[in-house]
Design a protein around this ligand. Sequence first.
Ligand SMILES: [Zn+2]
Length: 305
Amino acid sequence: MEGTNDRRKRIRRLKKLILGVIVAAVVIPVITSIVLGIRVFQLQGKVRELEERIAAIMQEEEVTGVYTTATVEESPRNMSQKEQLLEEGAKEDIGNYQKQVYLTFDDGPSRNTDRILDILKEYNVKATFFVVGKTDEHSVRAYQRIVEEGHTLAMHSYSHKYEEIYESRESFVEDMEKLQEYLYQITGIWPRFYRFPGGSSNLVSKVDMQELINYLDEKGITYFDWNISSGDAASGRLSTETIVENCMGSMDSMNTCMILMHDASEKDSTVEALSEIIEKVKDRGDAEFLPITDETVPVQHMKAD
Ligand SMILES: [Zn+2]
């Protein structure tokens, strides 16, 4: 009886052991598989997330890569237009004259831009165009022609709508940056000169002009007003003679002559006066025409802080 009982106990123990081994052999790998499976799933999710993030960054780089502030320091957009043109082989032609005359044209491009450029070309005079934002094909060509022919492409706000631009600092910044990026896209020139619509001494801005001046300063943009007005901003047609008189009248009393003119469709008399102004200035013998560059002493109605 003893022996039988012992054997049964041993068999039961053996059965338990076998069962234990079977359970262990099955359960442990199953649990391990489940745990690893969950981990793999989690990692797949993470990989997908990272892939998406990389794709997003790549796309961003593709569309706005040249505009990220990180690349600004390195890109030619920080070069002055003169440096950029010199790189392209353009020659500097600065003589030794007592007076420097800067012809500046606001509000273009217009249907008169080509006529103005033709006259400047005829006399080999370089000028400065404070342009606004226009997207039609003719205007796009005009911006490019301004740059190609060695004139300075400068900014005069995208919209030229006083109530929008001078509504707040934010709206001014938005408008200015829009124009700057747009001109850069079209011409490859990073414009760094600005003329406030209405001048820095305008009385319509709801924002303190000093705040906007400081902003431009931070951005490395120099603003220019004028000290001679052709008077062509006046509504109604001004005679060619009056425009010539306005431009030449005060030239004796100053050495830096920053002449305000307009490149606008309805300002035909400005175009008609241009040749005469150029000839009269050249006849003086003491004056040279220059486009605005980094070396130009700014004419400003309001001084920066
Ligand atoms: Zn204007």
